[in-house]
Write a protein that binds this ligand. Structure first.
Ligand code: HEC
Ligand code: HEC
Ligand code: HEC
Length: 284
């Protein structure tokens, strides 16, 4: 009798979960997450982005096999078929949870038909293989890139005990203070806020080289420096329209351009890696 009771509870639980999802289906996006074992093939657990490089090899090898098969070049074909099958099967060794996504028949057909120079069959096996690539990509490609490859700003400190996002808030305050003071004709406040902003931009620039090592100073660049100068001039002697234009230009160069790459990617990656709790979900 006891197990029947237990079974009943299980069914009730599943039905309840289903109902919650159904009721909220317009507010919820369901995204499949890649298995945790994928992390070992990315930074920081690995020195290189091993997974991604295996993928680049696969694309090149697919192209080479197609090329030599189209040209009936048996001599080169064998080499690339061997590489393709090695790196394709490596997927299952690197992430065992994805073993069952592999089309082993397509690989077997590819090897057999290339040994016998049956080019039509090679082409069909390649099509099957491409389907297997596409089906995994449809579910996991974008989400993996965001989780493992978006530059991480969460623990960056601009200066000892000044966290990155607190610094961002200060910058935004300074930009808006300039705008407010300029509109209301308070020149001194506008100029002193610009001075603060200039300092804040310079300090922010120090962290870029943590990752952008090869480039010379990328932030603030000459264009940003010139725009700051121009804004300073127009705050002193220009019209409100000139002030607005300079400030708008500065915000695009010094803020929006970087947000277009880093903020979007970082936010999306964070959204996907944080486990959205059930409570959170129910609130919506
Ligand atoms: C079981 C899952 C899976 C299979 C099968 C798979 N891939 Fe991928 N592939 C991924 C994931 C996940 C990414 C995203 C990696 C990243 O962006 O860091 C990816 C990314 C790629 C990329 C980089 C895309 C880009 O333009 O940046 C290429 C190229 C690629 N795969 C080629 C292939 C080819 C060719 C095959 C088939 C022969 C294949 N993949 C099979 C999971 C898979
Ligand atoms: C945590 C590492 C990291 C930090 C810190 C960082 N970047 Fe990047 N940045 C990258 C990577 C990696 C790329 C390549 C694209 C990608 O994968 O997001 C990139 C790309 C960019 C791009 C777009 C491509 C290009 O080169 O034009 C801009 C713009 C950019 N970074 C600006 C900045 C600025 C400005 C700073 C400092 C305020 C900065 N980044 C700090 C890692 C970082
Ligand atoms: C590295 C390139 C980069 C530059 C340059 C940059 N930001 Fe940001 N900004 C980011 C990233 C990444 C985040 C997300 C940080 C987070 O959520 O922890 C962010 C977040 C913000 C936020 C939200 C802060 C919060 O706590 O949610 C504001 C406001 C902001 N930035 C304003 C600015 C202003 C104003 C400028 C220009 C003066 C600027 N940013 C320049 C990358 C940049």
């Amino acid at each position: 009798m006891r197990w029947l009771y237990f079974l009943f509870l299980q069914i009730l639980l599943v039905a309840l979960t289903g109902a919650v999802f159904y009721i909220h289906k317009e507010h919820v996006v369901v995204i499949k997450k890649p298995p945790a074992s994928l992390a070992q093939w990315y930074r920081p657990e690995n020195k290189r982005q091993v997974w991604l490089h295996n993928m680049f090899k696969l694309r090149r090898e697919m192209q080479a096999v197609r090329f030599y098969s189209d040209n009936g070049d048996a001599k080169h074909l064998g080499k690339w078929v061997a590489r393709l099958s090695e790196h394709y099967l490596k997927i299952g060794k690197m992430v065992p949870e994805w073993s069952n996504k592999l089309d082993r028949d397509a690989i077997a057909n590819l090897i057999k038909s290339s040994e016998n120079n049956r080019y039509q069959e090679i082409s069909r096996a390649l099509d099957d293989l491409a389907e297997s690539c596409n089906s995994c990509h449809a579910d996991y490609r974008a989400v993996t890139a965001l989780i493992y490859r978006a530059a991480d700003f969460s623990s960056l400190e601009i200066e000892p005990s000044l966290l990155f996002d607190s610094h961002m808030e200060q910058l935004a305050k300074q930009v808006n203070q300039i705008k407010i003071a300029s509109e209301d004709g308070m020149k001194d406040i506008a100029l002193s806020s610009l001075d603060e902003l200039k300092k804040g931009i310079n300090v922010l620039g120090n962290i870029c080289s943590d990752c952008h090592q090869k480039e010379k100073r990328i932030y603030p660049d000459d264009k940003i420096d010139k725009t700051v100068e121009s804004l300073e001039e127009s705050l002193k002697t220009g019209t409100p329209k000139q002030q607005g234009q300079d400030l708008g230009r500065l915000a695009v160069l010094a803020c929006a351009r970087c947000h277009g790459t880093h903020r979007i990617a970082f936010d999306a990656g964070k959204l996907l890696s944080d486990r959205q709790g059930w409570l959170e979900l129910m609130k919506h």
